[in-house]
Design a binder for this molecule. Structure first.
Ligand code: MRU
Length: 357
């Protein structure tokens, strides 16, 4: 998608380094950063220069390739794989991508290992881009149906950033929105600010602006009243891990939005590529929920009058704070899962119908 009218993907390999858009500096500065070692990739994931489940997966895949570039010894690559998997716990795409890379590299002799690793990392990213595009084509039908009944702007609420910046391209939640916009359907997006890191305000609104899609940032608590007033036609969010029973783990606050949507008969969709499905964990209580540094709550970043990025402390000095990064929305509150293969019911049967048969 575009930034200042130029097409980008979020990660690519060029001049023997991996290049990423540093998301910690957006929306105020657009900086392309180079990852030269697997440690650089681990750090980029940990400090969230890259974030969003599919992009974390793509970065981890290139991280394995960087490990192979540094040292072709399989033990070194295996240790790097373990480090990458530990860098962020909740998004399943990370583990999925590392395991896919390691499977590809097993039994490969050291002369070929780098080329094969780079090809597989690119393949993982290309596939994610294609899957996200298909999510858009499938989700477009839902937006079109609403538009055909309403004959007026379709208002869509989203939480966090499940946009193209969270994937390789297109996004998951935003892909149907981009497709609708390209088809000329009038859409407007309510963008949850998404405290504490403000991925909605800093990233979703930013990328929608760049694609000229009307959007309005709201405080995270505003969605409920908008739904009561009939100002939200549908919600679409992304997910970091969806269980085979349809339970959806996503950015903290998603659950509350789903409850409000349920109470107001607003359809609540979750968009995801199949790499985000966890076929193993059966009970949502077993999903590792990341707890991040409470500084993300107690401090806030912005630009001052000299256009310099500044971080300030905003809480009472003696207060404690706690920062759980994800929550789980039970399947019963999810209207449907928009995937690359079609739209499924959020249930074991629904997912198996699409992916197992
Ligand atoms: O902590 P983040 O910014 O990585 O959280 C991202 C989300 O929760 C997204 O909604 C999710 O990864 C889906 S991205 C297509």
């Amino acid at each position: 998608m575009k930034i200042e009218s130029k097409e980008y993907r979020t990660i690519w390999y060029e001049e023997e380094v991996v290049k990423i858009i540093d998301q910690t500096k957006l929306p105020h500065q657009f900086i392309i950063k180079e990852l030269k070692t697997v440690k650089d990739a681990v750090k980029a994931i940990k400090i969230m220069e890259v974030r969003g489940a599919p992009l974390i997966g793509g970065t981890a895949a290139y991280g394995i390739a960087l490990a192979a570039k540094e040292n072709k010894d399989l033990q070194f690559i295996k240790n790097s794989a373990a480090e990458l998997i530990e860098s962020r716990p909740t998004a399943i795409n990370l583990k999925w991508a590392v395991e896919r890379m390691m499977k590809k590299l097993s039994g490969i002799n050291s002369d070929q290992i780098l080329d094969i690793a780079l090809n597989e990392a690119k393949e993982i990213c290309d596939e994610d881009e294609k899957f996200c595009e298909n999510i858009g084509i499938n989700g477009l039908k839902i937006i079109e149906d609403i538009y055909n009944k309403k004959k007026d702007t379709v208002n869509i609420l989203t939480h966090c950033n499940a946009g193209w910046l969270a994937t390789i391209n297109w996004g998951t939640a935003t892909s149907p929105i981009y497709h609708a916009h390209k088809k000329g359907i009038p859409v407007h997006v309510w963008v949850d600010e998404t405290r504490p890191r403000n991925q909605g305000a800093n990233l979703t609104s930013y990328e929608l602006n760049e694609e000229k899609i009307p959007n309005t940032i709201i405080a995270d608590n505003t969605g409920g009243i908008l739904m009561q007033r009939g100002e939200v036609d549908m919600c679409i969010v992304g997910t970091d891990r969806t269980l085979s029973n349809g339970d959806v783990c996503n950015k903290i606050g998603t659950y509350l939005k789903a409850l409000a949507a349920h109470d107001n008969n607003v359809p609540f969709y979750v968009a995801l590529p199949s790499s985000t499905i966890d076929w193993d964990i059966k009970d949502a209580k077993d999903i590792p929920i990341e707890e991040r540094n409470s500084e993300e709550l107690s401090h806030i970043e912005g630009i001052d009058e000299n256009n310099e990025i500044k971080k300030v402390f905003i809480y009472p000095k003696k207060s404690k704070s706690m920062n759980l990064a994800f929550d789980v929305t039970p399947a019963k509150y999810v209207t449907g899962l928009i995937t690359e293969r079609g739209i499924s019911e959020a249930s074991k049967n629904g997912l198996e119908e699409l992916f197992k048969k």
